[in-house]
Design a protein around this ligand. Structure first.
Ligand code: SF4
Length: 414
């Protein structure tokens, strides 16, 4: 189906009374959805049933996810004015889904100087950004304290910019280079100005899948240890999933179950961000390890499931215009999502993997898309404080693609 047809599809679901859609659903799905609307926590079996829902069952799931979103988050569509900065593409990890990393001898390898990064932060600030999101490759030549020193320089010049940076993979690597344990290392970054950590490098939190995707990457236990340590130290993180590659539905449910159980203990996740795998320019696709999955159905299944499965624990469900395209991402606002992500300004994660959504979404376009879905866009901070009345300078203008526009098909670097 086209994006327009998906829009008609969700409009029709919205216009159909809940009772009608539940009556049409299978009895077991109806029972799961009724329980979810009554705030009963879904079991893994319930989750599995929803994630494999099709036809009338999926329609009913989308309706319930939309109602749960309205009850839990209201009708505002939040977004953040931010800029991505991928400060190096040099990386020795070799994730199979990555089109971003370069060896240090390749002609288009780069490692931005602190001055270049600072100039990008200055540009972001001038264009109204409240956040910079920084992630990079795992560079074998990185000085032991680079992450700390870069943070300190940014915060020295731009004390009020929120720095959302360094995935658990980068934290693991940085701690090793600095010969520090995780609590010590994360506390050091926090004290240098780290505002929050992207919950990327999660992909699917299942070691058998991770072994195939990237056997050198942070394992599940370490990912959890770093995330929970950050939360304990007062550093919030996001949470993500990369879906649509070699994972099974059961592994998706196990991932959600783990995220939910962490949140119950720490309350440190600010949001959950499902990220569809972009296959085109990845090793996995070239090797025939994955079959392309058309955009649409799987994404609706994922968003509806995530809204209902995480209900009561994580309220903010973020759609990804980078992965889905702006039009389809807007459509998911009627399938459980309440957040439209950020302006990004310089998207360096997906484009090279074959993503075609562009690298920048101006504020006006986010507002227009929210209106088209019958909702109102509201700017927020990274930590979901709403900035009513602030009018960012439209995230300013799109920028010309630069040399670091290379990306991975996954959830981000590191
Ligand atoms: S996803 Fe990140 S860690 Fe993996 S190869 Fe690419 S740059 Fe390296």
């Amino acid at each position: 189906m086209t994006d327009l047809e998906f829009r008609d599809y969700v409009d029709e679901i919205e216009a159909t009374p809940l009772g009608v859609l539940l009556d049409r659903a299978s009895p077991d799905v109806r029972a799961v959805l009724t329980g979810a609307l009554n705030r009963r926590e879904l079991t893994p079996e319930d989750g599995l049933r929803l994630y494999t829902a099709r036809g009338d069952d999926l329609r009913a799931a989308i309706k319930c996810a939309d109602l749960a979103r309205a009850e839990d988050c209201g009708d505002e569509v939040t977004y953040v004015v931010n800029r991505n900065i991928n400060f190096t593409n040099i990386c020795f990890v070799g994730c199979q889904f990555c089109g971003f990393k370069r060896q240090r001898w390749e002609s288009d390898a780069y490692d931005h100087s602190d001055e270049t990064v600072l100039a990008k932060v200055a540009d972001a600030r001038a264009r109204g950004a409240t956040e910079v999101c920084m992630q990079g490759g795992i560079n074998p030549d990185m000085p032991a304290f680079r992450y700390r020193d870069l943070l300190a320089k940014i915060k020295m010049q731009f004390p009020d910019i929120h720095v959302h940076a360094f995935s658990p993979m980068e934290i693991m690597y940085g701690a090793r280079r600095a010969r520090m344990d995780y609590p010590e290392y994360i506390a050091m970054l926090r004290d240098a100005g780290l505002g929050s950590i992207p919950g990327t490098a999660a992909e699917i939190l299942d070691d058998s899948v991770r072994e195939v995707l990237s056997h050198k990457k942070v394992d599940v236990a370490t990912w959890v240890e770093i995330i929970t340590t950050a939360h304990a130290l007062g550093v919030p993180t996001t949470s993500t999933i990369m879906y649509g590659h070699i994972e099974s539905p059961q592994q998706v449910i196990n991932h959600l179950e783990l995220i939910r159980s962490i949140q119950k203990q720490t309350h440190g996740f600010t949001e959950f961000v499902p990220l569809r795998f972009i296959h085109q320019n990845t090793v996995m696709y070239r090797k025939g390890m994955v079959k392309p999955i058309e955009k649409g159905w799987l994404d609706f299944q994922m968003y509806a499931l995530a809204r209902l499965y995480l209900r009561g624990q994580i309220d903010n469900l973020q759609t990804s215009w980078v992965k889905l395209g702006v039009e389809l991402a807007a459509t998911t606002l009627k399938a459980g999502c309440n957040d439209f992500s950020g302006t990004l300004m310089e998207e360096s994660i997906t484009a090279q993997a074959g993503g075609d959504a562009g690298e920048f979404v101006p504020v006006d376009l986010i507002e227009e898309q929210a209106r088209a879905m019958g909702r109102i866009a509201v700017e927020r901070t990274t930590l979901y404080q709403k900035l009513y009345g602030r009018k960012a300078p439209n995230g300013a203008r799109p920028i010309t693609p630069s040399a670091d526009h290379y990306a991975c098909g996954g959830s981000g670097c590191g």
